[in-house]
Design a binder for this molecule. Structure first.
Ligand code: SF4
Ligand code: SF4
Ligand code: SF4
Length: 253
């Protein structure tokens, strides 16, 4: 089973209801933000902002128009975060999505440094990495993700990958006929398939999306060469922590 979301940017009005719904459902607090000359806010993903609307001004033939795209974890098939995590704290769920287990996360932040789309935030208070869960708690109970449920224009559709792939291609063809010559689908081929499929009116770069996402060579090297011994690294780290705590107790006694 491969659950997917189709983000049809041609239907997005930039209202950010999805952004607010994500915060509400996941009980994520607001961030202190500042005006930077754009409605896009906050500037970056964080441990308390798992999705946001990217706002881009697009100029063509002397006319400027807004492009909007909901972005966050792409739930990549080739997921760099899963490959690098030394504690096996990031895994693929029964729905084909990518999830962090906070109980197993050791707070090394290596996933955030290697994420292809830079969407992982670090919760310093809890010492764990956090990101979009694809609303695992909702979909496991037969509900659609909170962001998809909330979108007032139907720009976010939740469903099976095969169905949404066909729908995306059909919608891109409609847009091309309507005069959007660059209309395309993003997320079918990229990283062997993303859990978020986009219908775009313009090239991916116009929305701040990577045109040709690739996993870094260092990630591949880590996965194939160091992964087999990573559990030893984790055990060594915990042993060092345990010894340090013992020493601290002796000193304070
Ligand atoms: S977008 Fe980043 S966090 Fe999400 S699955 Fe891909 S590599 Fe992992
Ligand atoms: S799927 Fe859930 S966690 Fe992910 S962006 Fe949507 S509301 Fe937030
Ligand atoms: S709720 Fe829908 S229309 Fe509003 S910003 Fe999100 S994707 Fe766009």
């Amino acid at each position: 089973m491969q659950k997917t979301m189709l983000i049809d940017t041609s239907r997005c009005i930039g209202c950010r209801a999805c952004q607010a719904a994500c915060k509400q459902w996941n009980q994520l607090p607001a961030e202190k933000t500042e005006f930077r000359g754009s409605y896009e806010n906050p500037a970056r993903f964080s441990s308390i902002t798992w999705t946001k609307i990217v706002f881009r001004e697009h100029e063509e033939n002397g006319k400027v128009r807004w492009l909007f795209a909901k972005q966050g974890c792409m739930h990549c098939t080739e997921a760099a975060c899963i490959k690098v995590c030394p504690a096996n704290a990031i895994y693929r769920t029964e729905f084909g999505t990518v999830k962090i287990d906070p109980q197993r996360c050791i707070g090394c932040n290596y996933c955030a440094a290697n994420c292809t789309y830079q969407v992982i935030g670090f919760d310093q208070a809890a010492n764990v990495a956090r990101k979009c869960t694809f609303c695992h708690d909702r979909i496991a109970n037969g509900k659609e993700p909170a962001c998809a449920k909330t979108c007032p224009t139907g720009a976010i559709t939740y469903g099976e990958r095969a169905d949404l792939t066909a729908l995306a291609q059909q919608r891109a063809a409609e847009l091309q006929k309507a005069g959007y010559s660059e209309a395309n689908v993003y997320g079918i081929e990229e990283l062997n398939g993303l859990g978020m499929i986009y219908v775009l009116q313009e090239r991916p770069a116009a929305y701040g999306l990577l045109e040709n996402p690739r996993i870094r060579l260092s990630t591949v090297v880590w996965d194939y060469i160091f992964k087999p011994v990573r559990i030893l690294v984790v055990i060594a780290a915990f042993f060092a922590l345990w010894v340090n705590r013992g020493e601290s107790k002796k000193e304070s006694a």
